[in-house]
Design a protein around this ligand. Structure first.
Ligand code: FAD
Length: 353
């Protein structure tokens, strides 16, 4: 039996992970990536337990754990820093995007052909074509039509890493009126992100302009938030409009399949997009290694479509709550009540042990 030709469009998280899982003895893989090299700037991604299993399948979980940080707990805070709800960590590992991409890259076998060029039209000659080309996917546009194209949300995401680790009492997500700010340790630095309604973009956003707007917007937040924004620079920050894709019922059309953001770009509020991209890729790769094409694609759809579309919806609902404007006082009072109830039940658990 000859080698089966697989074209993967996009060498981000999903594309690299898939190239790392496919059996090099059975598949002749070409990875098309427009970026000439891996990025060097990027913020922390939280890896949930199922994504950690995918990293384990790729043989890089140990390296991710040793280069990342275990996230033990977090808190939802008011803009002044008062905790409204604290959460115990669920064994999450935080790793910077450039570091994760570097490790995924090491898992790609030498037999994979790399093409460093932007794909303008979906190539159709291969046994299987995979759209792993992110939120503005060319593959999705070509195969699912223009109505499936990504749309900008009203929200801007500004984020970065600054020197110095944050004090534990400052770590968490600050929810204000129509704005959030996140602060977490990242190696020997502090990972931060802010999201709020903005007219900047939607395409190229000037980082210095976005930083200025963010400083003005968060001028009344806690000193910890202002301290981080005071030392953030255009060089260690990123700014972009948040885009999402409309729902899809199927991720497969003939011998073309979508993975990651190309299939289900979601708002970042649950911190799940990169995790789901990894799980998509590893699930699809393992199925292709084991089953004939049609069966593998059908099983991939069964395992991944409903789950990721639910998360896409949940993420956007979470975004509506986090970025609430008129309902903010009610939301905060409910959060505080829930926080007290959780603290009381933790105390009961502790004393009954
Ligand atoms: C502000 C923000 C914060 C986030 N925080 C988190 C978080 O904490 N945790 C989490 O799990 N997720 C998070 N996400 C989501 C996460 O970044 C994405 O879900 C993830 O990057 C998707 O991976 P992907 O491989 O599908 O797409 P991408 O990472 O976008 O990779 C696509 C790749 O395809 C390449 N490409 C695109 N078009 C072409 C083309 N035509 N030809 C060739 N190459 C092409 C691109 O250069 C890129 O390398 C966040 C997203 C945003 C915007």
């Amino acid at each position: 039996m000859g080698m089966k030709k697989v074209d993967i469009i996009g060498g981000g998280i999903a594309g690299l992970a898939l190239a790392g899982v496919l059996d090099p003895g059975r598949f002749d893989v070409t990875l098309h990536e427009q970026r000439p090299q891996l990025p060097t700037v990027g913020t922390t991604l939280a890896m949930w337990p199922q994504a950690q299993r995918a990293l384990s399948d790729l043989g890089i979980l140990g390296a991710v754990r040793s280069r990342g940080a275990i996230i033990k707990s977090g808190a939802l805070r008011s803009p002044s820093g008062e905790p409204m709800l604290s959460m115990e960590g669920e064994g999450l590992v935080g790793i910077s995007r450039p570091e994760l991409l570097k490790l995924l890259d090491t898992a790609v076998p030498d037999t994979v052909t790399r093409v460093a060029r932007r794909v303008e039209r979906t190539p159709r000659g291969a046994w299987l074509t995979v759209g792993a080309d992110g939120v503005n996917s060319v593959v999705r546009r070509d195969m699912w039509g223009r109505r499936s194209a990504a749309r900008p949300t009203a929200f801007l995401a500004v984020r970065g890493v600054v020197p110095g680790t944050p004090a534990p009492e400052d770590v968490g997500e600050y929810w204000g009126r129509g704005e959030i700010f996140g602060l977490a340790p990242a190696g020997d630095g502090t990972n931060w992100y802010a999201s709020y309604r903005s007219d900047l973009g939607p395409d190229k956003v000037d980082v210095a302009e976005a930083l200025d707007a963010t400083r003005t917007r968060y001028a009344r937040h806690s000193p910890a938030v202002q301290g981080v924004l005071a030392i953030a620079t255009a060089e260690n920050s990123l700014a972009q409009r948040i885009w999402t894709t409309p729902p899809l019922r199927r991720y497969v059309r003939s011998n073309v399949v979508l993975v990651g953001d190309a299939a289900h770009a979601m708002t970042p509020n649950l911190g799940r997009g990169a995790c789901e991209a990894l799980i998509d890729a590893v699930t699809l790769g393992k199925l292709l290694n084991e089953l004939p094409l049609e069966k593998a694609l059908a099983a991939y759809g069964r395992k991944r479509v409903l789950r990721t579309q639910q998360l896409r919806l949940a993420s956007s609902l979470m975004g509506s709550v986090a970025l609430a404007q008129g309902m903010q006082p009610l939301r905060d009072s409910l959060l505080k009540q829930a926080g007290k109830r959780i603290a009381r039940s933790r105390e009961r658990d502790r004393t009954s042990k």
